[in-house]
Design a protein around this ligand. Structure first.
Ligand code: PFF
Length: 454
């Protein structure tokens, strides 16, 4: 450890590492993206491709990011500068593109989180509890079409998350996620238990898991891979940043595996909590925001105790989103702090200010900027597409190539085995092979094919 890394804070316990890393992976992606994408794109067939993408690409890239971060103990840009040999390609650009991806994702993600927080309060007030879908649709429409409400909730969320980051890595990120993750599991289990007592459990589960291979196209494979990146918070330096806070004795492959399995478990539970209820009350499973904000309230209005359960559901979503947002915002904060010499407070305030400007374009997508389109997409969809389907996979390819061909087997092996303390040569060998040959090629083919470039 050199002078620059001494005194840098990090996660203080093994449980803290797990809570923070899982807190980053688990987010709105589990509640809003995973179940609806799986249901709409071929059920078990999609799940299989998602699992393959996770095993062949997601896990190796996650291990690579965390290992690099811990080895360099720095922000993503500095990490690449430290690990790359002098006079090589400008690998630090991977860190810079990660920062750009963080800003793009945060811009639209913070708006969905804004709706979630608004809905926690609406759920408590009971105003959105109606069995009439038109009423719940109108309530959601009223929120998103109101520019002032959309902006204020978004800014509130950004300031809240920024406030937690100001408490620091150990007290803020680790302290909060350690408390929130158990709450998340508890709420999810309660919701699942209720869902499994409903009449159309089988139909709901079938929607999620019934294989329909006809739906699998190149675009769907790209979506599954994009989801694997998004779910595990990869390709934008988030895991690299968290890796830099990992303890030196943390077993990285074991932690990564646990995070991936727990994240998958949460996604499945979310699907099991949502779809039986949707089918039992005669609703159509819809995708994206309308599932969460329109269908769910209508469904809960028909379940005994639905008012409390609905509060639990939106609280769960808010908890999940908090851990994910913390990890995303930490990327620009730590880059501005360490790379550009700003104090952590100034770096956080500047990040919030930049997100208020950029994120506003997403908050205004459903009202003032409704007709504004670039490349045929509104700003919200464009930011989502450009990050999940382009920047994250590109970041993934570059990271895999960097470890496989530049940083090299010996450095990787030493760092991943905790300087030889862990006997994991087979694991390291397999992961290295995947990073050197398999992951970059797979990502490239899927990306080009999915984008229709060949
Ligand atoms: N993994 C989060 C989710 O599934 O909601 C989203 C996310 C967090 C993406 C952090 C990227 C990231 F760096």
């Amino acid at each position: 450890m050199n002078n620059k890394t001494m005194g840098r804070s990090g996660f203080s316990s093994s449980f803290g590492v797990l809570a923070a890393t899982l807190g980053s992976a688990v987010g709105l992606g589990n509640i809003w993206k995973f179940p609806s994408l799986t249901g709409a794109n071929g059920g078990a067939g999609f799940l299989l491709i998602y699992l393959l993408a996770t095993l062949m690409i997601g896990l190796p890239v996650m291990i690579a990011e965390i290992t690099m971060g811990r080895a360099a103990k720095a922000n993503p840009i500095t990490t690449l500068q430290r690990l790359a040999p002098k006079k090589s390609l400008p690998w630090w650009l991977i860190g810079a593109s990660g920062m750009l991806a963080a800003f793009l994702i945060l811009s639209f993600y913070s708006e969905v989180v804004a709706w979630v927080f608004a809905y926690v309060f609406k759920a408590i007030g009971g105003s959105i509890l109606s069995s009439d879908r038109q009423v719940t649709e109108a309530a959601f429409g009223a929120l998103i079409s109101d520019p002032l409400q959309s902006l204020l909730w978004q800014w509130g969320v950004l300031i809240l998350i920024g406030g937690i980051l100001l408490m620091g890595v150990t007290k803020g990120i680790e302290g909060i996620t350690k408390k929130l993750m158990p709450v998340l599991f508890l709420l999810l289990l309660v919701l699942c238990a209720v869902s499994l007592t409903l009449p159309k459990v089988a139909e709901g589960i079938a929607f999620l898991f019934k294989p329909d291979f006809n739906k699998i196209t190149a675009g769907v494979v790209l979506t599954a891979m994009g989801l694997a990146f998004f779910k595990l918070s990869l390709g934008m330096g988030t895991m690299m940043t968290y890796g830099s806070y990992f303890r030196d004795d943390q077993n990285i492959p074991a932690t990564t595996m646990r995070v991936m399995l727990a994240d998958l478990f949460v996604s499945m539970l979310a699907g099991i909590a949502i779809f039986p209820a949707v089918f039992s009350f005669g609703f159509e499973p819809s995708a994206g925001p309308s599932l969460v904000f329109i269908t769910i309230p209508a469904v809960f209005s028909q379940i005994p105790g639905g008012h409390l359960l609905m509060i639990a559901f939106f609280a769960l979503a808010a908890v999940a989103a908090t851990g994910a947002m913390l990890s995303m915002m930490e990327v620009p904060v730590v880059i501005l702090h360490e790379r550009f010499g700003l104090s952590r407070t100034r770096a956080t305030v500047l990040t919030i200010a930049m997100l208020i400007v950029l994120g506003s374009s997403c908050a205004l997508t459903n009202n003032v900027l409704a007709d504004f389109k670039l490349f045929g997409m509104n700003m919200f969809d464009l930011f989502d597409f450009a990050s999940s389907n382009v920047l994250l996979p590109l970041g993934g390819i570059s990271l895999a190539l960097f470890v496989g061909w530049v940083w090299g087997r010996d450095n990787f092996q030493r760092a991943l085995s905790n300087q030889g303390a862990l006997r994991n040569a087979t694991v390291t060998g397999v992961v290295f092979f995947l990073l050197r040959y398999v992951s970059p090629l797979l990502i490239l083919v899927v990306m080009l094919k999915g984008l229709g470039l060949f």
